[in-house]
Design a protein around this ligand. Structure first.
Ligand code: FUL
Length: 732
């Protein structure tokens, strides 16, 4: 028999016995009653993600798209009784959204196929409560199909959110609902191409019929495993854990291996799965989930990694009155460091408007975030380093999270030198969690400065990825020291980077009477700042900043900085020159200053959201101001706008008086308008109080709005101080 024949037989045998493809290691391990602490810790250190968890972890940034009837009713949680007729996006554009996500670095998209209100964004066969009964595309549209197609076209992965809680479906609360849910799940799993993540929300309450549902999770999971074996099941699922907050900030110490209570062990064995196939339902909001202390009493250890879900706006759905509250690029970058940079996957929500596309402000923030991140991570100094004490370091900068430098010690020390001095302020380090496991418990980064090692930053866990920030440092030698590990660590990637500086405009925003001094400050020395005052985009040829700028007219200031080829984002502020002087009899609350002293005569009106930065708030006091018109004038009208938001203790004034004077001492009442809007909690309202009496010879105009004093009887804050909120006075 020739060698060839021999190999052929081995190959056939291998196939038959399954050796050609080694069986995946389970993503859990049992603890035996006689395992000591050392054994338990070693077991934890040996666990690795399942293949589907591994593929998901590498995505780093994923995107949520919350869209449903809520977008049209201005709600966060729909009631379930909304008519499908209200769902009518005027210009739905899945590609615009998918492209914006892709440009931002998002690699998988999860639209809400059905939120708690029960309305389905796809034409499900199993209910009439869907797009098929909406006017959008005459009932022939399918939002999920359009998202799936756009993702496929642009190379993004696709998943969906399907709310188990359903406030519309009449069968909710019975076995029939489980059947309904399974049918819907099957539709979504079979009609839209490859599914990479299924997101089951933990939020759950009664249906409209007052019933609660007992969910048949095992059946749901079995269907997903059968129809999309590569998909992860998130949150109310076995593969991906909710980080425990919706703030965008993960834990400083984030373990992907978690202990499970003893009683859950049987279930794993019963399933005889290679992966855990039920919700590890321990409390996910605790600060410590996976320390040695926590592992001590575990029955089983399981790989259950964290996902950080957060919205780019205060709400998950789009609301007109949150257009001013879109998170800034800098805030999104901070979230990136605190999620992706803390061993988690980021799930960033961007909600479409009633048009059915992202708002320009959200897109601008996404672009700004990407620009800062690209600018930071474009050059890894460690690629050019050499090590004096370890070999084979190229593997640490090869961009492959699965190739690693494997330490022989529990507490290795890695020293790197550079041909010339480098300046950096960001550190990235990854463990090979895919082939080895998560092991590091404490480490530090040092820089040699004047011949001495100085600690730049210290941290605990690494896991898939850790990103650390610290003030810029210059050196030609660095040291990474691992102080504690569960077993000998394997590092896959490391990086040192320099972030672009930031620029602050001081004051950040303001209106002024005569003139205003504006200063520009960089977060780092050596940054050249350029600006324009005419609304044009600043560049290197624009005016260079050398000291305070004095503004005497309303101005759009745009600034941008360069420091050693790192550019900042362009920042912009509109400073408005007020036409009148203004004196406050009672001052506004510093929490709600609405743009400061001149904020109520700057032409900017607020939304129904009292916290949008444009409203001035007065707690328990009247609103009373005197406007100085500069010289004697004839006025056609004067008005003031006020807000009522019952839930937030903000009430319309009892009455508003308009008074005029020539000398600011003797005032004559021109008009008194009594409020006739009732005090109720039917949602925020804005009311304008306006006088149209002709006012002659006016130099000073006083506006006096009477606070109702205390929250009325029956209000949750009964007898607490009532607020008055105003955003704008208009004089014609
Ligand atoms: C929560 C839900 O109640 C919110 O509406 C949103 O969908 C968020 C992602 O999950 O539990």
């Amino acid at each position: 028999m020739s060698i060839k024949h021999y190999l052929w037989i081995i190959f056939i045998l291998g196939l038959r016995t399954g050796c050609a493809k080694p069986a995946a290691q389970p993503n859990y391990i049992d603890i035996h009653p006689n395992d000591n602490m050392e054994t338990i810790v070693k077991k934890a250190a040996a666990l690795r993600p399942s293949p589907r968890q591994a593929a998901w972890q590498k995505l780093e940034m994923t995107g949520f798209i919350h869209f449903t009837v809520n977008t049209f009713t201005d709600m966060e949680w729909g009631q379930g009784d909304e008519s499908p007729q209200i769902f009518n996006p005027t210009n739905f554009d899945a590609e615009q959204m998918v492209k914006a996500c892709k440009d931002a670095g998002i690699q998988l998209i999860i639209p809400t196929a059905k939120h708690h209100d029960g309305f389905c964004l796809w034409p499900s066969k199993f209910t009439d409560h869907s797009v098929k009964n909406s006017p959008w595309k005459k009932g022939r549209g399918d939002i999920i199909a359009e998202f799936a197609a756009a993702c496929q076209k642009h190379g993004l992965k696709f998943g969906f959110y399907l709310s188990p809680w359903d406030r519309h479906e009449p069968s909710y609360g019975s076995d029939a609902y489980n059947e309904y849910f399974v049918n819907q799940l099957t539709e979504l799993m079979t009609q839209y191409g490859e599914i990479s993540e299924v997101w089951f929300d933990g939020a759950c309450g009664e249906g409209n019929n007052g019933q609660r549902q007992v969910f048949d999770w095992e059946t749901y999971y079995a269907i997903i495993r059968k129809l999309a074996p590569k998909a992860v099941i998130a949150v109310m699922g076995p593969d991906v854990r909710w980080v425990g907050t919706e703030s965008g900030y993960g834990r400083e110490t984030e373990w992907s291996v978690l202990p499970l209570a003893v009683q859950n062990r049987d279930k794993i064995t019963e399933n005889s799965q290679s992966d855990v196939n039920f919700i590890p339902n321990e409390d996910k909001t605790q600060e410590d989930l996976g320390s040695r202390e926590k592992l001590k009493n575990a029955g089983t250890l399981v790989w259950y990694p964290s996902e950080v879900d957060v919205s780019i706006r205060p709400g998950w759905f789009w609301h007109e009155n949150e257009n001013n509250l879109v998170k800034t690029p800098e805030k999104l970058v901070d979230i990136y460091y605190s999620s992706v940079g803390r061993n988690s996957v980021l799930l960033l929500n961007i909600p479409p408007t009633m048009e059915g596309k992202f708002h320009e402000k959200d897109i601008k923030s996404l672009q700004g975030m990407r620009q800062i991140l690209d600018n930071t991570f474009e050059n890894n100094f460690l690629e050019k380093a050499s090590s004096s004490n370890i070999s084979g370091i190229n593997i640490l900068c090869d961009g492959d999270p699965e190739s690693s430098w494997k330490s022989k010690d529990l507490t290795p020390r890695l020293i790197f030198g550079f041909d010339q001095e480098i300046e950096f302020d960001r550190f990235m380090i990854q463990e090979d969690v895919f082939n080895v496991g998560q092991r590091v418990e404490a480490f530090s980064l040092f820089a040699k400065i004047n011949g001495k090692w100085q600690e730049m930053i210290k941290a605990t866990t690494i896991g898939y990825k850790r990103l650390l920030r610290f003030p810029p440092v210059k050196t030609d030698e660095i040291k990474i020291e691992i102080f504690e590990s569960r077993n000998t660590p394997a590092l896959s990637e490391i990086g040192l980077y320099k972030a672009p500086p930031d620029i602050n405009i001081i004051p950040e925003k303001a209106s002024f009477k005569n003139h205003l001094e504006v200063q520009l400050e960089s977060s780092e020395p050596g940054c050249d700042i350029f600006y324009t005052l005419d609304g044009s985009e600043p560049n290197r040829n624009s005016q260079k900043y050398s000291g305070p700028i004095t503004l005497t007219e309303s101005t759009t200031l745009k600034v941008f900085g360069i420091r050693e080829n790192k550019t900042t984002l362009v920042k912009e502020t509109i400073f408005t020159k007020a036409r009148y002087g203004i004196t406050y009899i009672h001052s506004f609350s510093p929490k709600y200053s609405g743009g400061g002293t001149f904020g109520i005569i700057d032409g900017k009106t607020g939304s129904t959201n009292f916290a949008d930065g444009l409203w001035q708030g007065f707690e328990g006091q009247d609103f009373e101001v005197i406007l100085d018109l500069g010289d004697s004038k004839t006025l056609q009208s004067a008005s003031a706008r006020f807000l009522q938001d019952y839930k937030s203790w903000i009430f319309l004034p009892q009455q508003v008086e308009f008074l005029i004077s020539r000398d600011a001492k003797n005032f004559v009442v021109i008009d008194r308008i009594i409020n006739d809007i009732s005090v109720n909690d039917s949602g925020p309202v804005i009311q304008e109080f306006k006088t149209t009496a002709l006012m002659e010879n006016v130099r000073f105009l006083k506006i006096k709005a009477k606070n109702i004093g205390h929250c009325p009887q029956g209000h949750p804050g009964e007898n607490g101080k009532a607020w008055i909120f105003t955003d704008e006075i208009l004089i014609l």
